[in-house]
Write a protein that binds this ligand. Sequence first.
Ligand code: GLN
Length: 499
Amino acid sequence: MNEKSVSIAHPKGLYVLFATEMWERFNYYGMRAVLVLFMTKALLFDKVFASNLYGSYTGLVYLTPLLGGYIADRYWGNKKSIIAGGLIMAIGEFILFFCGSLYSSNPELSSWLFFSGLGFMIAGNGFFKPNISSLVGQLYAKGDKRTDSAYTIFYMGINVGGAIGPFVCGLVGDTGNPADFKWAFLAGGIGMIISVITLKLLHDKYVLDPAGKTLGLTPPNVPKKMLQPIFMVLGLLLFSFVTIGLIYADAKVFSYLFYLLIACILFIAFIVFSDKTLDALEKKKIAVIFVVSFFVIFFWSAFEQAGASLTFFAEEQTQRQLGSFLVPASFFQSLNSIFVVALAPLFAWLWLKLGKREPSSPTKMAMGLFLLSIGYLWIAFGVKDVQPGIKVSMIWLTGMYAMHTSGELCLSPIGLSLVNKLAPAKFASLLMAVWFTANAFANKLAGVLSALYPDGKTTYIIGMPINNLYEYFMMFVVMAGIASIILFIISTKLKKMME
Ligand code: GLN
């Protein structure tokens, strides 16, 4: 082997984690591709309720990793947590499969099954997602230059799954016959099982630290009781019942999730900023994490319309006939991941090419928001002056997703590694939690904003009317545009605070 191939070669464990995560994302995004369609066409929820429930679901999906990461670090280790979380998610998909089989014959039962399926997905993701992401970094020694490229390869795995999931689940589930949605959930569940089997078979042999020791095993000195299978199963079931209650309560009883998330952020801020061992510089860096996490809320809440209002738009307002084939609306949710795989190398090349002129991380994130805003401007232009009921070309959604993805590539990986770099070791996980909580907040907000989808009637945002799709999309142009401008303006100050 020559010197170059040694320096760029990655441990085999990376590819095990790649495949495991790919199948899990296949499951998650495949299911999400049909979720609002299933709610509106099979369960006959109206768009407002479906949108809000979508926000509660995806919001909670980003909140439970706080607990899953905590339990893994202290008691179960990453491997057990991933396998347990994966199985819980598979159960969630199978429950949704039954829900999709029964919705017309037994609507009462199927409504319960629906909330239960979502609850299991939320609980399982909390144990799966944070733990697989943290294993990637542990494959390398601290400071190993390959870590960044490992995360880039892993991000590809996420998006290969994210591209294939909606495609397969859309093909079998989004056929125009609502009775077929169940097949999408079944396909997702099978994908999840493949993910778990992959890790179960290959983890011990390949997922090793630089010294060759298997990673992610149970930490030493854990009380035996905590690892008893019956205790773990009961704990997971109990947690799943809690998440079923959480999603049901937020959607049906009282929308508390925003308050809970704000409380989480304030609590973490209090813990971190009241710590006497941190010096002023460390506190400044932590402040930057809080500021950028605040700005990413405006990004993800507009971006995550993909699974909600933009899917309504694909279904009802987009001309999807290609020759004799009617492109399922769910297919459009593949576009983001396809563009990530296609455009990521371009951005990697661009940052390298710019060398010393490479923008700072906050500036790149402002650029991400700007590109998102432009994406919405593009689609707003596409629907301007179009008479109600007239469908527009697929080019508008496709072009918009290309711009949104370019924005994602400026903001998402950069933000993640910024949080990693700025956080003092003592608070590394807790500050990663801030990033996740911002994501959770954004997803919940995405549902609330999707509920403003005009759909033939006027809706209102802070007292201002939204009469048509043009005005609806312009709302995102303005929101992301203003956030982008402010972040551009303060980026020099943020850069100084980080030095
Ligand atoms: N698409 C990526 C994933 O599923 C990132 C999404 C996000 O951070 N909101 O992991």
